[in-house]
Each structure stands twice: as structure tokens, then as C-alpha cells.
Design a protein around this ligand. Sequence first.
Ligand code: SF4
Ligand code: SF4
Length: 289
Amino acid sequence: MNAPEKSLDLKAVRAELDAGARKAGAAVTGVADPAAFTEAPEGYRPTDLLPGAKAVYVLGGAAPRAADWRNPNYQFMETSSFSDRIFSAGTRTARAIEDHFGYYALCVPAGVDRGDRPFLSVALAAELAGCGSPSLAGPVLHPDLGFLYYSVVITTLPLPVDGPLQVPACPAPACLDMWKSEGTTPCMSVCDIDNGGCIGGRIENDRVTERRYDRARCRTRVETWWIPGFQKVLEKTLDETDKEKRKIMLYSSMFTRTLWSMTYSNASQGQCYECMRVCPVGEKARTKN
Ligand code: SF4
Ligand code: SF4
């Protein structure tokens, strides 16, 4: 049964939710206004998923460990994604809101709706909740922790809104220096859109004023395993009439890793990580002895 709104100490409720989220693995939390999702297409806004939504609670965390970033073998990073951990922190938060406070709470699933579109843009939610800001390379970056995974809980609990960050984390001071001296940034230099890569852009007055991103090309490098990789190999295998060749395809490293990534390591849902590996945002947090 719902507690009447006026009897709720929303500050205390938020503190309790934050404590639970941190215990479940979140490093940061924030709250966005459901009405602020104006750039999301109709049908993909918080109130489309949960009518009467009053707040969007975002949890960020489960980033690769500092040592993961130092491993020079990029395949290692591709198979060590931890995004499922922050999703389970989100589902725990949703359960807490429903069970402890008596309000509806919907944890946005990690899967996709029609046309490969997420049910709600997690990146937009993280930005509007102030958990981080969009970057030239793509991911929403937390100013101190850099690259994080995010989980989103839409709720009718009327939590006070945090809103977006005032100062964007990208471009970092080191990137501004590099832009001024070389006309590029670390992420652009490892994946230059004008040189076979995916990222391009402009910085003016210390702000990113133009961003070019070749999503299709990035995807072919990012999701070589996982579901798209599985679909691709399956199609080729079904078309292959030679029994021996079919066998080689099914038992290949490529297909084995695809199955491994889908069933166990939840790998490569959004990054090949090379643009993030060189990004200075969050560098301190991933520097150890
Ligand atoms: S994830 Fe990889 S392919 Fe995609 S933009 Fe970053 S470096 Fe380029
Ligand atoms: S490397 Fe620099 S420009 Fe690129 S995403 Fe990171 S902060 Fe932004």
C-alpha cells in the first residue's frame, strides 16, 4: 500500500536508496526528471514505459578494474564487461522502491525493442541525472571515474531531481592541450574517422561543438562477438553446404567466443574500449601501484 507523499521524507528515502545502491555495487547515483527526455522519440520516454512516472533514478558503476585497462590484449577487455552487475543493482533498487516505499519502480531492461532500439536511452538518462556528461567518443563520462555502466529505474516515487552536470567532463584539460597543439584528441587519434576510424569532431572555446561518429563502422568492431556476431555466423553456417566447412565455422574461435560472450561474460555491448583506454577522464581512479 502506498504511503501518502506528504508523509515521506524524500531526502531520507533518497539516502536509503543510495546506500542500498552502493551496497549493490553502484559508484554514483542521480535522479532525472521524466519530463526532460524531450530528445527521446515518442514511445521511448519514461512515461511511455511507466505511466505516471515522477523520477528516473540512475545508478552508475561496474567499470572495468584498473588492471583490466592495462591489459594490452584487447580481446581480454572485450570479454570482461561487467554491465550485468550494474543492471542487477538496478533491479534491487526497483524492488526496494516497491517493497519498502510502495511505489511503482521499473528497471529498464538491457535488451532492445523493435529495430534494435533500447527501450530507453540509458546514456540520455545518465546525462539528465547528472551521473556524467556525453563525450566525443560516445560514452557518458563521470568527471572523476570516467567510463561507467549505467542502470535506470523509472519510478512513480517523487524523488527530487538532480539534473544534468553544469560542467562537462569532456573535453578533459589534457585533450584541450592536445587539440590546441595537434588538432586532435586521444580518442580521435586512436580511431580517426578520416582515417578508417569512427570518431571525429571539433572543439571551440573549450567545448565540443561538433561530433562525428560512424556508428555502423564502430559496431562492426565492437559487436563482433555477442548477438550480432552470433546472427552473422548462424546465417553463414545455414548457407554453407560443405559439411566440413560448416563444422570449422561452428567450432572456430570466433563462434566459440561469440557463445562465451553471450552466455557468460556479457561482452562487447557498446565498446571495443580503445577510445576509452586512452581517455584521460577517470585516469586517476584507474591508476594503481
Ligand atoms: S569503441 Fe572502438 S571502434 Fe568504436 S569508436 Fe571507440 S575505438 Fe572506435
Ligand atoms: S579522450 Fe578527451 S575528447 Fe575523447 S572522450 Fe575522452 S575527454 Fe573527450
